[in-house]
Write a protein that binds this ligand. Structure first.
Ligand code: ADP
Ligand code: ADP
Ligand code: ZN
Ligand code: ZN
Length: 962
């Protein structure tokens, strides 16, 4: 056997913009790839190393799998040696499967299912009494342990009327002497019939014995007899009274006469028919009309349109629907003019859920005059639900669906599990209660379980596995999440760290892990712990490559590869390789920013703002009735550890409420009491990381509308005019002109069954998207397909003569996307790139000067130098009078903000408070604030905020150590 190679050696890497002749990456190390956005980090990490690792893996699979091999794009690289099996942990949340939860993603759920099946105590789903299945030997052993004289009984029936003559006769004939009737021992002799009008409880007396003295033979006989007569169940009644002990061979509740199955792990899986709640099929939620969506503004009266679906009818004041409300007013006193929120609960329920059995006389103007008809009103909720089910029109169905929201399943309350599973307990905890706890608490609860020696033997290993994974989640700052939390509601950063937890648990070694910015969504406080987990992966014999921009992670690397010098064509090379210390003196952008030679933002006076938005009583998720002021005309950063409540405040309350008021948006708004000062803004724009389009047909050029102008230009060329081609000819949404085989996509989707879908280049047009005739039309010697492959920077030169097109393209360059190809398909853009394309479209629009922009971690995917550009762009928006609110962990951005709102102090239930609000200096001087502490640490090193001039108001409060 040859020795395991010490390096991964890459030769001739040419994928996308890469121009790397040879690169040696140390194995069993933590290596960070850094460099400006578009410099080629992902092209090497994911498109080359991971793609090649995956290809080699598929090659090693069955011939069935190999048939797809030709369709996996081969990375443009001459040679890679020393490559291990490769696992990529990316941020993209795995297609939002409603059945994935934190528990299933980390595989903790699998361990818990086995644990509960083996060690759980079953209880009756009806009365909660313990249900146990014992062998005869176990029953005997339990009886022997009792003290004092015992009556051994076989239960016959409970709560039953009748004379029961036959039963009594048969017992007598078989030689039994006594029964216990309604708690009283009586002789069978002479007992012919029971009082047929009363309900009785009857047990057969099988034996009387002293446990310490009874012979084994006699006890065996008696137990067998009792179990036979009692249908698998017997009672031991102490002569001193008290509750009888119930022991049985069957898993059944004697009380309720319910039999229970023997438990298997499947009984604890909400994905198995055996374990799922039958009411919601294991989804935990029910889709229902949501009164909050029906009445988004409860300050309105019914006549003013409180009920959105009836707003126009009520305004008109005629028609049958209006007739119904009018009848409810006349006959049941419904107040049509009082604000919805001031109506008594009874009246609101009347409107929502109907008149039950009561009819009201509804009258309306029909085609043949006025009609009056007694009607039972089923209620708006039931009515719309019925229409939703019955309508044939897709459009109407969507309309009704827009008022529907998800509410917890009424049967399982969101626990997803069947009643049987929910009544199994480990000590005092059921699986669903355990899954609802924050994982940090679940770990503690499991650690404190008291197990007997034999239970420990059966479950100890499982328990250790579960606890260690839960503790890991806690250690990467996710202790506030619960196992039941649905995967679809996790942020990208949370999802990635959870998958990391699953990997750590798997204890693989000899693997190459490739991670994409694991610090996303993580507060600087927790970076150290993230680094520790990466080191743990390395120390178990793996190679870890991380694409990362975050200062702390870069500084912790064993080895750094810095890409650049620029982006796109100006990048693709390795400009530095070495240790963090060596990087400080290297002449690269990264080295400059790390050492403090370059700064992300120049010192300036902080903006005081003009007026404010005042949000009162915010209480969504973990928010504790917060009152928060957002100063207008400033750049405000909302900060706090993961789970502190930042998104709950900004993305679930502030932004949707403003969208509702200003743009009539219909989405759900989180709970709060009131919002004041909204008159000062006239537009709210969410610039998030969701894709700009899901098909390869959308791209930066189409999204920013630059493509419309480009098509006009092509239509005006002499070639096009001679052929009679209009602008439509150059669109891939129009059949004339585009490639017929791929319908203008340039690629075809192939389902991979065992891997995620891949796009392969169309073999007819070779990815050019257009037909030959269209491609023959040239503008300055370029076809329309050539233009789509031009970078934004090059296009700026190409179209320099067209000011409005230049203005649009310039906004893309301004946000640091000059390297993007105009036609780069939307699905290949990263979340951070998509977010900046959206931002550039906003820049291209005429802003109102009173717009509020909301951004969630806009620094995702950005190098220090890109952050500097971003801050300039945001500054421009604010200087024009607009307000920008960012949720951010990046200390450079926080330090450059005018105002900081710091939430926390911790995540989950110990978060949701306002820790401190003010200038970065004020936050830095707050002891309790984790953000403040991180800012101070940065300032002490002469980085980040130290070069800022504190504003007058703040100066007095800046601490000495700052
Ligand atoms: P980084 O990871 O450093 O931000 P990338 O490796 O994503 O940079 O990009 C390097 C270059 O490759 C950029 O010019 C980018 O536009 C280009 N590129 C990236 N992905 C694709 C793609 N799927 N198709 C075409 N070009 C791409
Ligand atoms: P941050 O944005 O600061 O990371 P969030 O606002 O996302 O924090 O979360 C605050 C708290 O609310 C956390 O305890 C989180 O688990 C909880 N939470 C957020 N979204 C949901 C959701 N969709 N379902 C249940 N809990 C949620
Ligand atoms: Zn019961
Ligand atoms: Zn094609």
């Amino acid at each position: 056997m040859s020795k395991e190679p010490s390096h991964i050696v890459i030769r001739g890497a040419r994928h996308h913009n890469l121009q790397i002749d040879e690169l040696r990456l140390p194995k069993l190390s933590l290596t960070v790839f850094t460099g400006v956005s578009g410099s080629g980090k992902s092209s090497l990490a994911f498109d080359t190393l991971f793609a090649e690792g995956q290809r080699r893996y598929v090659e090693s699979l069955s011939s069935y799998a190999r048939q797809f091999l030709g369709q996996l794009e081969k990375p443009a690289v001459e040679h890679i040696s020393g490559l291990s099996p490769t696992i990529a942990i990316e941020q993209k949340t795995a297609a939002s499967n409603p059945r994935s939860t934190v528990g299933t993603i980390t595989e903790v759920q699998d361990f818990l299912r086995v644990l509960f099946a083996r060690l759980g105590r079953q209880h009756c789903t009806d009365c909660g009494a313990p249900v146990e299945a014992l062998s005869s030997a176990e029953i005997m052993a339990r009886l022997k342990q009792l003290s004092g004289k015992q009556l051994l009984l076989a239960p016959l029936f409970e709560q039953r009327k009748g004379e029961h003559r036959d039963l009594l006769e048969s017992l007598r004939q078989r030689g039994f002497v006594r029964v216990r009737l309604d708690g009283e021992v009586v002789r069978l002799e002479g007992l012919v019939a029971l009082d047929k009008k009363r309900k009785h409880q009857l047990e057969l007396v099988v034996d009387r014995f002293s446990p310490s003295r009874v012979s084994l033979q006699r006890l065996t006989d008696s137990v067998e007899t009792a179990l036979r007569e009692g249908q698998g169940l017997l009672l031991a009644q102490s002569a001193t009274g008290g509750e009888a002990l119930r022991l049985g061979r069957a898993r059944a509740c004697a009380q309720c006469q319910i039999a229970f199955p023997a438990l298997t792990p499947q009984h604890f899986s909400f994905n198995s028919p055996l374990g799922m709640c039958p009411a919601c099929n294991g989804l935990g939620v029910q889709t229902q009309l949501d009164p909050k969506l029906l009445v988004p503004d409860d300050r309105l009266s019914l006549r003013q349109g409180a009920l959105v679906p009836y707003a126009s009818v009520m305004a008109r004041g005629s028609g049958i629907s209006f007739g119904i409300f009018d009848a409810l007013r006349k006959e049941l006193g419904l107040d049509l003019d009082a604000p919805w929120r001031s109506l008594p609960k009874r009246q609101r329920e009347l409107v929502l859920y109907g008149t039950k059995d009561r009819r009201v006389a509804v009258s309306w103007e029909g085609t043949h005059g006025r009609v009056s008809w007694p009607m039972q009103f089923e209620g708006v909720v039931n009515l719309l639900m019925r229409r939703f089910r019955e309508t044939k029109s897709e459009e109407m169905r969507r309309h009704y669906a827009s008022f529907m929201g998800e509410s917890p399943c009424p049967d399982c309350g969101g626990a997803r599990l069947s009643p049987i599973a929910r009544s199994v307990r480990l000590a005092t905890l059921s699986l669903d209660r355990l899954s609802a706890l924050p994982v940090a608490e679940a770990a503690k609860a499991l650690e404190q379980l008291e197990l007997t020696a034999s239970e420990r033997q059966v479950g100890g290993e499982l328990l250790r596995e579960v606890v260690s994974r839960l503790e890991f989640l806690d250690s990467v700052g996710l202790g506030y999440l619960s196992l039941e939390r649905s995967g679809a509601t996790l942020s990208g950063g949370e999802a990635q760290r959870i998958r990391l937890a699953a990997q750590l648990g798997s204890e693989l070694s000899g693997v190459l892990y490739v991670l994409d910015e694991p610090s996303i969504g993580l507060h600087p406080r927790d970076t150290q712990r993230l680094v520790e987990t990466l080191e743990r992966l390395r120390d178990s014999g793996n190679t870890v490559i991380v694409v990362e921009h975050e200062r702390g992670t870069i500084e912790a690397a064993d080895h750094i590869v810095d890409f650049g010098p620029g982006a796109g064509r100006a990048g693709g090379a390795v400009v530095f390789e070495g240790t963090p210390r060596q990087l400080l003196t290297a002449d690269t952008l990264t080295g400059g920013y790390l050492s403090g030679r370059l700064v992300v933002a120049e010192p300036r006076e902080r903006r005081a703002g003009k007026g404010e938005l005042l949000l009162l009583g915010a209480s969504e998720n973990n928010l504790k009735e917060l009152d928060v002021a957002f100063p207008l005309g400033t750049l405000t950063a909302v900060t706090g550890v993961s789970g502190a409540g930042k998104s709950s405040l900004v993305s679930e309350i502030l932004q949707p409420e403003l969208s509702r008021r200003l743009h009539n948006a219909q989405g759900r708004v989180g709970s709060f009491r009131s919002l004041q000062g909204a008159d000062a803004i006239d537009k709210v724009v969410l610039v998030d990381q969701s894709p700009i389009g899901r098909t390869p047909r959308s791209n930066p050029a189409t999204y920013t509308k630059a493509f419309d102008e480009i098509r006009q230009l092509f239509a005006q060329t002499p070639d096009a005019r001679a052929l009679g081609y209009g602008p439509g000819r150059f669109s891939f949404n129009v059949a004339d002109g585009r490639c017929g085989a791929c319908e203008g996509d340039g690629v075809k989707r192939v389902e991979m069954h065992f891997l995620s879908d891949v796009f392969v280049t169309c073999e007819i047009c070779a990815g050019r998207r257009y037909d030959e005739a269209t491609l023959a039309v040239k503008y300055r010697e370029r076809s329309i397909a050539d233009v789509l492959e031009t970078s934004v920077d090059d296009a700026l030169e190409l179209f320099a003569a067209f000011p409005s097109l230049v203005a649009t393209l310039k906004t893309l360059a301004d946000v640091g996307l000059g390297y993007l190809h105009l036609g780069q398909p939307a699905p290949t853009l990263s979340g951070g790139e998509a977010q900046r394309v959206k931002l550039s479209r906003e820049l291209a629009r005429r802003d109102t000067g009173r717009t509020l922009y909301v951004l969630d971690e806009p620094t995702t995917g950005l190098h220090f130098d890109d952050v500097a550009k971003l801050l300039r762009v945001l500054g421009r928006l604010v200087d024009a009078g607009n307000t920008v609110i960012v949720i951010e962990h990046d200390l450079d951005v926080i330090a450059a903000a005018d105002h900081v709102i710091d939430l926390g102090p911790e995540g989950g239930s110990s978060g949701g408070y306002l820790v401190v609000a003010g200038t970065p200096e004020q936050v830095a001087s707050c002891e309790e604030s984790h953000t403040g502490r991180a800012l101070r640490a940065l300032q002490r090193r002469g980085l980040g905020g130290s070069q800022y001039k504190p504003t007058r108001s703040a100066r007095g409060r800046v601490k000495k150590d700052a």
